[in-house]
Design a protein around this ligand. Structure first.
Ligand SMILES: Cc1cc2nc3c(=O)[nH]c(=O)nc-3n(C[C@H](O)[C@H](O)[C@H](O)COP(=O)(O)OP(=O)(O)OC[C@H]3O[C@@H](n4cnc5c(N)ncnc54)[C@H](O)[C@@H]3O)c2cc1C
Length: 387
């Protein structure tokens, strides 16, 4: 489907694809088995200028658009869901909001190192008691006078955040907290927390999961974390509005990552079916197998089109609430279905860890849950349709 891609986009995609095949694919199962976050891969992605693809060059990014960023997510997903998820969280959730809502000083101090790949970032919205209904959070941020007779105020954060991607590796985490209790959506604010230097920030659990184990998913405790006034992102009370805007872009990246997972699983199944012989012929010659593979092509291509359309709309400055939810819902379902069928096409070998489809299958399931479950995407689409 290259006909619609500008040359620059195709160049970046090909460069990332080469890197993925040479550096990530060979270790993809190993890092999953070892539950190891591959820091070296993110360093290399930084050297390739890929850690801030849709971030302006002024702040150390590549200055690309959302479509270019989606292509990079897709390529990472084609070889490793874990690398793709940590990458997407770093860019869409941890970096982009600083560019969109931060002051000049915040962009210099917090966005530049993220975009240049000095370290990865995280984004903490979910809590043990609030997931889909994310605004019903318990974490608080209270403004107090700075201790020790220093001028100015500071914020004190308290609470627990759940399932935070990259928190154990991050150089900054954007934390959502209630600054005005009882004010609902308008009482939530966003803070930049420095996990390595702010006292009271602790990763209490790194979860073992059914897949994506090379991407750390953390429970985080915030215990009287005192941070200076200038760590507030935007104005107090803007946190929920920022969240909605952030997730609109984020869902495009999860859709793109899902397209990559589907593409990877599909390619494995297609090649295997051409090689594997039963009853004296390649199994691809059996209608049942051929139909599975043609359906994989249909679902992957459909999901890709929806994803690219939403990315394109984003780049035009249009509202992508509906299109990003549609793309994420469709692509995540496609990834799970395609990966499941890929396991089936490989038969017994598909069930072993020597072959990749089982990993795509396990990784794909998360795409229907993270950044809003499929049920929540349908809720959003229904609301946008006035239903
Ligand atoms: C690997 C991983 C990485 C993650 N990374 C991050 C991260 O970096 N930052 C972050 O903040 N969060 C992160 N999350 C959290 C993720 O966004 C939430 O898990 C997700 O939004 C669902 O919330 P929940 O788990 O509390 O499920 P719940 O909200 O409890 O939902 C349980 C079930 O009820 C359904 N449901 C809930 N409400 C409705 C409704 N109104 N209508 C119909 N059905 C409904 C859901 O669809 C789901 O099927 C991550 C999660 C995982 C597993």
């Amino acid at each position: 489907m290259d006909f619609d891609l500008p040359d620059e986009h195709r160049m970046i995609r090909d460069e990332v694809r080469r890197f993925c095949e040479e550096e990530i694919e060979p270790i993809a199962q190993e890092i999953e088995d070892e539950h190891r976050y591959p820091a070296e891969v993110f360093d290399q992605l930084g050297q390739l200028d890929m850690m801030g693809v849709p971030i302006s060059e002024e702040y150390g990014g590549l200055g690309g658009d959302q479509l270019m960023y989606a292509l990079v997510c897709e390529e990472l997903g084609r070889v490793s869901g874990s690398v793709g998820l940590s990458y997407a969280a770093h860019v869409s959730l941890a970096s982009k909001p600083i560019e969109l809502f931060g002051t000049e000083d915040q962009k210099e101090r917090w966005l530049r190192p993220l975009a240049e790949g000095e370290y990865v970032g995280g984004w903490a919205l979910t809590e043990p008691g609030s997931g889909s209904d994310a605004s019903d959070m318990d974490t608080t941020a209270e403004k107090v006078e700075r201790a020790g007779g220093h001028a100015g105020d500071e914020w004190v954060l308290n609470g627990t955040k759940q399932f935070i991607t990259n928190a154990s590796e991050a150089g900054s985490v954007l934390v959502k907290a209630v600054t005005e209790p009882g004010a609902g959506y308008g009482g939530i604010s966003t803070f930049v927390v420095d996990p390595r230097n702010d006292d009271g920030f602790e990763v209490t659990t790194v979860w073992d999961k059914m897949g994506l184990n090379a991407s750390p998913t953390c429970e985080v405790q915030l215990d009287d974390v005192r941070i200076p006034e200038d760590r507030l992102l935007g104005e107090a009370g803007e946190g929920w509005d920022q969240t909605k805007k952030t997730l609109n872009g984020g869902r495009i990246s999860i859709a793109a990552l899902s397209v990559g997972l589907a593409q990877g699983a599909y390619e494995h199944a297609r090649e295997y079916a051409k090689e594997r012989e039963q009853f004296g012929q390649p199994i691809s010659k059996f209608d049942a197998i051929r139909n599975k593979i043609t359906a994989m092509e249909r679902k992957t291509e459909r999901a890709r089109l929806l994803t690219h359309k939403s990315a394109w709309q984003y780049d035009q400055g249009r509202d992508v609430t509906t299109s990003s939810s549609l793309a994420k819902w469709d692509a995540s379902e496609a990834a799970r279905e395609v990966a499941e069928d890929a396991v089936q096409v490989l038969g017994g070998y598909g069930y072993t860890e020597d072959f990749a489809p089982q990993r795509f299958y396990r990784d794909a399931k998360l795409m229907e849950i993270g950044e809003g479950t499929s049920e929540i995407q349908q809720l959003v689409i229904g609301r946008e349709l006035g239903l």
